[in-house]
Design a binder for this molecule. Structure first.
Ligand code: HEC
Length: 119
């Protein structure tokens, strides 16, 4: 009886790890696509940043992030990638005073730069 229970527990553990495997496979497939401002980055910025970095920046934010040109400039000249890559709660981490973006999102934005900061 005990053996059976252990076997069932092991079985469900295996099943769980299979599920996780296929999830990371999915993320890798996404990572093989070219990241562009329009297909990925704009949505992330609109959801997490423009509450402060709006057309008229607010809450002390120094610049707008509402267009491709602004976001590209922030990557090239204002350390955007460094800001979103900092540890949760680290000084200067963006979103300011908020929750660090998921690592997969950060990686995708880094890939946007590798892919050539395409619009
Ligand atoms: C709650 C308001 C708020 C949110 C949300 C926010 N920021 Fe900021 N951001 C600020 C403030 C205030 C500053 C200026 C202080 C500083 O440099 O740390 C700033 C500065 C920056 C800078 C540096 C600008 C420079 O010239 O040095 C970058 C890059 C940046 N933010 C990117 C982002 C990104 C990307 C997001 C979304 C992931 C984001 N911010 C979300 C308020 C915010």
């Amino acid at each position: 009886m005990k053996r059976k229970i252990i076997a069932i527990l092991l079985g469900s553990l295996l099943l769980t790890s299979c599920t996780n495997d296929s999830e990371s496979d999915l993320i890798e497939v996404t990572n093989e696509e070219t990241i562009t401002y329009t297909n990925y980055v704009k949505n992330v910025i609109d959801t997490n940043c423009i509450v402060c970095h709006g057309t008229t920046p607010s809450n002390g934010a120094p610049m707008s992030l509402t267009t491709y040109a602004f976001v590209k400039d922030a990557v090239l000249n204002r350390g955007l990638l460094s800001r979103i890559s900092r540890e949760q709660g680290a000084q200067g981490m963006m979103p300011n005073g908020g929750t660090r973006l998921p690592q997969t999102t950060i990686d995708a934005i880094i890939k946007w730069q590798t892919d050539g900061l395409l619009e």
